[in-house]
Design a protein around this ligand. Structure first.
Ligand SMILES: Cc1ncc(COP(=O)(O)O)c(C=O)c1O
Length: 367
């Protein structure tokens, strides 16, 4: 008999033990008659700020909107330039372009796959005063190195914004820059039941600005102080996330244990492993396979093991951003990475035995 398939996540298994609590939370909201910016959002914001170690947390409608709202609250608009990474989900650059600003891509570090802060500093120096912000992405849950970049941003009056969509709970996230955007997309480390997001920051003025931005710029009904949007987290999402939040630390610990297990089992093979990092929360475990990555994917699939490519196209070569004028070859490290990266299953409910099966299947292909 074929062994059971190994998916990329198992939310059913995650939610089964929480079912009664999730249903009670749903009933509580349905019975309350409060669906928008009520007690659940307020309580979730308080609880998230405590859990994530920042002074403020502001519930927003998605990770994409959290990033957009942070850029809006930082005054980014037409004509401004924003330095960011070419290796990320589209939202990292899309949020910049939506505001009429120009994404300026700097290349990545080949080991961490995060924005190379030296390349970002060089872009800051080259573009001068046109650059108003940097969006650094903590890709796959790994905090980006930002010490030099943060100093350069501070010196130039440039806002350092963190895209922590994949990195809830990672070390110092939300404090490396001005603020961080977090996503509750279901596959994230803290997944909601639909879309949702959060901005975390120690900056009280920024948090207050975000509360305006998410409500069309209104503090009081029909008094619009600025042009914002409808970027609110729903009461229902907040109530459900409150059930899951207390389990996040345990789930993160399990992801870390699985990453250590993979690193041990895959050591010494002709592939590049993601570097060790005690602060990483392992939203993905991404290896680099220089020879026949797609062959390995097919080999795993034939054994019932899911894998994924994050991301197959670097952002500077996305058709939607063609007007920026980038060409193949402009960011060679990112362009090579997209040909080699492969994400293996990593989620808290993955058993040691299943992780060992994944590692053995990888080993049997590459060695
Ligand atoms: C790096 C990154 N940025 C932004 C987002 C956008 O988050 P959301 O899907 O909640 O809009 C995501 C996830 O989807 C992401 O992975």
């Amino acid at each position: 008999m074929a062994p059971p398939p190994i998916p990329l996540s198992d939310l059913e298994a995650q939610h089964a033990p929480l079912r009664a609590e999730l249903e009670a939370a749903t009933r509580r909201v349905l019975g309350s008659g409060r669906f928008i910016l009520g007690p659940e959002v307020a309580a979730f914001e308080r609880e998230a700020a405590v859990a994530l170690g920042t002074a403020h947390a502001v519930g927003l409608s998605s990770g994409s909107d959290a990033l957009l709202a942070l850029l809006m609250a930082s005054g980014i608009g037409p004509g401004d330039e924003v330095v960011t990474t070419p290796l990320s989900f589209f939202a990292s650059a899309g949020a910049i372009a939506r505001l009429g600003a120009r994404p300026v891509f700097a290349d990545i570090d080949p080991e961490t796959l995060n924005l190379d802060q030296r390349a970002a500093c060089a872009a800051l120096a080259a573009r001068g005063a046109r650059v108003k912000a940097v969006v650094v992405v903590h890709l796959f849950g790994r905090p980006a190195a930002t010490a030099e970049l943060a100093a350069a941003c501070a010196a130039g009056g440039v806002a350092l914004i963190e895209d922590a969509a994949q990195a809830i709970g990672a070390a110092r996230v939300g404090r490396l820059g001005r603020a961080a955007a977090i996503s509750f997309f279901p596959s994230k480390n803290l997944g909601g039941f639909g879309d949702g997001g959060l901005a975390i920051t120690d900056d009280a003025a920024l948090a207050a600005e975000l509360r305006l931005v998410r409500a069309h710029g209104a503090r009081e009904k029909h008094q619009h102080l600025m042009v914002g949007g409808n970027f609110r987290l729903d009461e229902l999402q907040a109530a459900l996330l409150r059930v899951k939040l207390p389990h996040l630390a345990r789930w993160t610990a399990r992801r870390r244990a699985l990453a250590a297990r993979y690193r041990k089992a895959l050591g010494g093979l002709p592939l590049a492993l993601p570097p060790e990092d005690a602060g990483c929360v392992w939203n993905q475990f991404v290896i680099r396979v220089a020879r026949d990555r797609d062959g390995l994917r097919a080999h795993l699939a034939a054994r019932g093991i899911s894998s994924a490519v994050y991301y197959p196209v670097p952002l500077h070569l996305q058709p939607a951003l063609a007007p920026l004028g980038y060409r193949a070859g402009d960011l060679p490290i990112a362009e090579q990475a997209v040909r080699e990266v492969l994400a293996l299953p990593i989620y808290p409910e993955l058993s040691d035995a299943a992780a060992d099966r994944v590692a053995e299947a990888v080993r049997s292909f590459v060695s």
